[in-house]
Design a protein around this ligand. Structure first.
Ligand code: PMP
Length: 395
């Protein structure tokens, strides 16, 4: 028997990261590959107590089907938590999603026709490329300088349909977009017709100073903001959120209602037990600010240990910047080093990383000599050893 697959599946590729993660499960491998938060940072006890409370006080409701928009109290918390002067968020514009990854997929479904122009940073989040490509858009490199993506790229009539940006402690690059570039981008957005997807899972993970205000607060009618509890609480709970563009024009209203319809079709709603658990933690005696302070302290130490290890171990010709937040170092090895081809050698040496090429929108643009290293998954004592094992593979 034969059967046909939809033509869009031709654009779907296995995630390079998933394949690598399989390798890293082998005993003895020190992996800097996965984007996994440190397990020690999960508030397991607080979550256990929260589960007991939620099941004890609202058990049947937590186990029942729920609304696609999300738990009203959680939508209100998100709106209040993010609102600031110039960006007063209406809770009805908040959509709770099953991780921010689902937000990317819903946006692809609702915004992208085949051939639609989408601007992405180079490199950018691999999972966003995977979410968008099945909708067959024309994914283009967003021209940039050392301060980040250029506002001019948003000009033109009609200009790109969608632009995708991770302004805070980018995955994989680690950089944070400065105030002036945010102002300039917001101005271009307000003048044009491009919708910006602002993906911000790492904003709370700053180690030096908090990041500048989001783009969404500067151009709320042209930006969809994606947030997540994955990096601040737990990725396994799969709870994220989307702040949809404000405005009462036809297109903003249509976008909000189509996103909701897409969410319904996708999974009816994000697990109610998990939403209630998170709201219980946020409103109860669990102190999110104190938890985040502790997570930042832990990750700052790991970052500093990795910065020191890279500086002392990596061969001449490797370049990187110390990231001011987030979870990753982006390293560029000398031009002749193909990091994908060197991976088996690294695994043999007992270390794993993610090669840089899959983070680019096209094979031509890819930097074959780059690699991404996570500094949050290994204990400080192991980081130095991991980098020492890596060094000979980058010569
Ligand atoms: N966006 C970016 C930039 C990410 O790095 C990730 C997670 N690695 C996600 C979105 C998805 O996060 P989640 O679905 O867990 O919220």
């Amino acid at each position: 028997m034969t059967f046909a697959l939809a033509s869009r599946t031709r654009r779907m590729n296995p995630s390079a990261i998933r394949d690598i993660l399989k390798v890293t499960e082998r005993p003895g491998i020190l992996s800097m590959a996965g984007g996994l938060p440190a397990p020690e940072a999960f508030p397991v006890e607080a979550i256990r107590r929260g589960c007991d409370r939620v099941l004890g006080t609202q058990g049947p409701a937590a186990l029942q089907y729920a609304t696609s928009e999300g738990l009203p109290g959680l939508r209100e918390w998100v709106a209040q938590h993010l609102s600031r002067p110039g960006w007063q968020i209406d809770p009805s514009h908040v959509l709770i999603t099953t991780g921010s990854q689902q937000g990317l997929d819903l946006l692809g479904k609702v915004l992208l026709d085949p051939g639609a122009q989408v601007l992405v940073e180079q490199p950018t989040y691999l999972g966003a490329l995977q979410a968008f490509t099945p909708y067959e858009p024309d994914v283009m490199a967003w021209a940039s300088d050392e301060d980040g993506p250029l506002p001019e790229a948003l000009a033109g009539d009609p200009g790109p349909a969608v632009a995708y940006l991770i302004p805070n402690f980018q995955n994989p690059g680690g950089q944070c977009l400065g105030e002036l570039r945010r102002m300039a981008l917001a101005q271009s957005l307000r003048r044009g017709h491009t919708l910006l997807i602002e993906d911000d899972p790492y904003g709370a993970l700053w180690y030096d100073t908090p990041p500048p205000a989001p783009l969404a607060s500067r151009a709320p009618q042209q930006v969809v903001y994606l947030g997540s509890f994955s990096k601040v609480l737990s990725p396994g709970l799969r709870v994220g959120y989307m702040v949809m563009p404000s405005g009462e024009g036809d297109s903003a209203r249509a976008l909000r209602s189509k996103l909701l319809q897409a969410k319904q079709a996708c999974d009816l709603h994000t697990p109610g037990l998990n939403q209630r658990l998170i709201l219980d933690l946020l409103q109860g005696d669990f102190n999110l600010d104190a938890h985040l302070c502790a997570v930042r302290e832990r990750y700052r130490i790991q970052r500093d240990v990795m910065a020191h290890a890279l500086a002392t171990c990596l061969p001449h010709g490797c370049r990187w910047r110390v990231p001011p937040g987030g979870m990753f170092f982006w390293v560029e090895a000398p031009e002749h080093v193909d990091t994908l081809a060197r991976l088996p050698q690294a695994v043999e040496a007992g270390v794993a990383y993610v090669p840089g090429a899959p983070f680019f929108s096209s094979v031509d643009a890819a930097r074959q000599n780059a690699l991404r290293l996570s500094f949050v998954t290994l204990a400080p004592a192991q980081i130095h050893e991991a980098v020492a094992r890596l060094a000979p593979c980058l010569v």
